[in-house]
Design a protein around this ligand. Structure first.
Ligand SMILES: [Zn+2]
Length: 359
């Protein structure tokens, strides 16, 4: 894999990751007249739950508007400049123009209106867009295993790079796919968030994992994995180094966890063999998900990695893939119980989900 870093017209970084031997040198210049990016982002602590909420109220004028028919993630073609100046690419990563977190956001007062219980901080972190392919009309599930392996290497590269940024506490690669998830850009792409705090979900999972380890002297994920593989009813697909299964307490109408057989804190810790095996297994999982309702399934794919500096011995890297679609054309809405109380009500059992996915 060849890595070429460059700058966009407004100073944002773009990095090309090429996995084809005959890829041309990436030397194209961004000719757009873009105003400098000035993200404003802050984080406030909810005094009642202790959880952080990010506010990204960007006040810069959006003077650059691409034509409606122009995908900003496609390669640039004559007269049609996009976010990617090159006329072709394999995988391209660039800083989000309207990020939820950025490295150069202005300082803010340490509390909201002098309320000492509502801590406030600049939203200092980083957000990147990852374009999985230059082909607009495809999907992650249709990528070759070779390309998926490249994407895994890119996620690992970015996880390490984000971890070196002062203040970034957790790195979260994810993909939103499908209009039902709220995706407006159909070009196959994902995002990476570098949060300036450990996310509430990860904090909670580390706390539970810590309690379990104190009691049993083992990782809860390791025990779950061993038990799921022994029982088999919720297994969706298995590889040499990874297993995909519907969790026993699945929240979503379609939910699959893809878990490595070895405790590793994050993507950079994976071996070559583990990365190759993930590519193969994840593609199988995505094919099963698309076959479920005989349509491209809208989904969210979320990587759970250890925080950059804490919980590295307790956390167990894994990918959670889930969908809001409960039938071919019916959505599950997060209504009263889910949104109000955080209690999921699932209309289908995890065992049924696994059976349907296996086909
Ligand atoms: Zn496109």
């Amino acid at each position: 894999m060849r890595r070429t870093a460059a700058k966009l017209a407004d100073g944002r970084e773009i990095i090309y990751f090429d996995d084809t031997p005959d890829a041309p040198p990436r030397t194209a210049v961004d000719t757009r007249d873009l105003p400098a990016s000035q993200p404003h982002s802050e984080v406030r602590r909810d005094p009642l739950t202790g959880e952080r909420v990010a506010m990204a109220a960007h006040r810069q004028t959006r003077t650059y508007k691409p034509p409606a028919d122009l995908c900003p993630l496609c390669p640039t073609s004559p007269g049609k400049p996009t976010e990617i100046p090159e006329s072709s690419y394999d995988v391209a990563v660039f800083e989000n123009r309207f990020p939820s977190f950025a490295e150069d956001v202005p300082e803010v007062p340490s509390t909201v209106d002098g309320m000492d219980m509502v801590a406030r901080a600049a939203g200092r972190g980083r957000c990147e867009v990852v374009c999985f392919t230059s082909d607009h009309n495809t999907s992650f599930g249709q990528l070759t295993p070779h390309r998926v392996r490249t994407v895994v290497d890119v996620w690992a590269d970015r996880t390490e790079a984000f971890g070196r940024i002062p203040g970034v506490a957790q790195v979260f690669p994810f993909e939103n796919r499908g209009e039902e998830i709220g995706v407006t850009l159909h070009h196959p792409h994902g995002q990476i968030y570098g949060y300036p705090f450990v996310t509430p979900k990860t904090e909670r999972m580390l706390s539970v994992a810590g309690e379990y380890f104190a009691e049993h002297g083992r990782h809860v994920m390791g025990d779950v994995l061993a038990a799921e593989r022994a029982v088999g009813t919720r297994i969706v697909a298995e590889g040499e180094h990874w297993t995909a299964f519907v969790p026993a307490a699945a929240r979503w109408p379609v939910e699959v966890h893809v878990v490595p057989h070895r405790q590793v804190p994050d993507l950079p810790a994976l071996t070559d063999a583990e990365r190759d095996d993930f590519a193969d297994l994840y593609l199988r999982v995505l094919h099963l998900m698309d076959a479920l309702y005989d349509r491209q399934l809208p989904y969210i794919a979320a990587w759970h990695q250890a925080p950059v500096r804490t919980g590295r011995d307790l956390a167990w890297l894994h990918l959670e893939v889930f969908s809001v679609l409960r039938t071919k054309d019916k959505l599950k809405y997060l209504a009263g119980s889910e949104s109000g109380m955080g209690v999921w009500i699932n209309d289908v059992t995890p065992e049924q989900i696994a059976e349907r996915l296996r086909g």
